[in-house]
Design a binder for this molecule. Structure first.
Ligand SMILES: [Mn+2]
Length: 261
């Protein structure tokens, strides 16, 4: 498994080649468009980027780590028209599209079941790579603790630098480490004998670049936003490694907060 340089995407290499992306929020601009704001259609742009990604990485699968869609607006044009078209088009580039439902994806498997493979929200474990995926808003399945890396979305982390007009925001990865045993005990409230070693929590940037994202410098996150994994307190956010999309390590979150906060 590796980060795809320059993109908010992961590449799984065994037993199949799969690109994993999180938080597409398809239809984010729909509401604005319906109100007459001519925002460019993001789904077209996202499709182009995804098609290029799977081609460049020679992947035959695409894993969406939650929040395929944004909010449903109006009489569900998003679900009946935009998303089927989007998934059909994706299907031309990969053998399989796998979707792990996020908090914005309630019930879409019922409408879109024929266009993608839907996994339980509690997670997908890829044994050969010891990597597990879950969106991050629900408690993951216990089998995910077999993983050495748990990759989630949901947070949309961005690093804010400077302020006002001269300020900038860039999407980032957050890499945290914690004790697997402590995580197991905190999540399932029971003794976890035999569980040992560390687990890496990799929080993925949102694939949709139009989203504002959550500033990891301010990071006054509600419990709901943090989700069950971060809420355990097993992962020390100040020690999180902050990684830019090009793969460069920008520093620990604690240090960046001191400098940029
Ligand atoms: Mn999201």
């Amino acid at each position: 498994m590796r980060l795809v340089e320059g993109h908010p995407a992961l590449l799984v290499e065994k037993p199949y080649r799969a690109v994993a992306v999180a938080d597409l929020h398809i239809g984010f601009e729909e509401e604005l468009r319906q109100r007459g704001v001519r925002v460019p259609l993001q789904s077209t742009k996202i499709m182009r980027e995804l098609a290029q990604l799977v081609e460049n990485t020679d992947a035959d699968k695409l894993i969406v780590v939650g929040d395929l869609k944004h909010n449903v607006t109006g009489p569900s044009r998003l679900e009946s028209e935009i998303l089927p078209r989007f998934l059909k088009e994706l299907g031309k580039h990969v053998d399989e599209v796998v979707v792990l439902p996020g908090n914005h994806d309630g019930q879409i498997d019922k409408v879109l079941g024929e266009f993608a493979t839907f996994c339980p929200a509690r997670g997908l474990f890829v044994e050969d790579e010891k990597i597990a995926f879950t969106h991050g808003h629900v408690k993951p399945d216990k089998t995910l603790l077999k993983a050495s890396v748990i990759a989630t979305g949901h947070l949309h982390p961005v690093l804010r630098m400077g302020s006002g007009e001269a300020g900038a925001r860039i999407r980032v990865w957050l890499k945290l480490k914690g004790s697997k045993k402590q995580l197991c005990e905190a999540l399932y409230r029971e003794p976890c004998p035999g569980v040992k070693g560390d687990v890496t929590l990799l929080i993925m940037p949102s694939f949709n670049g139009m989203l504002q994202g959550r500033s990891i410098i301010d990071l006054s996150l509600s419990k709901l936003v943090r989700g069950p994994l971060l809420n355990t307190g097993v992962f020390d956010l100040d020690k999180a490694e902050v990684i830019a999309l090009d793969g460069s390590v920008l520093g620990s979150l604690g240090r960046l907060r001191e400098v940029l906060g």
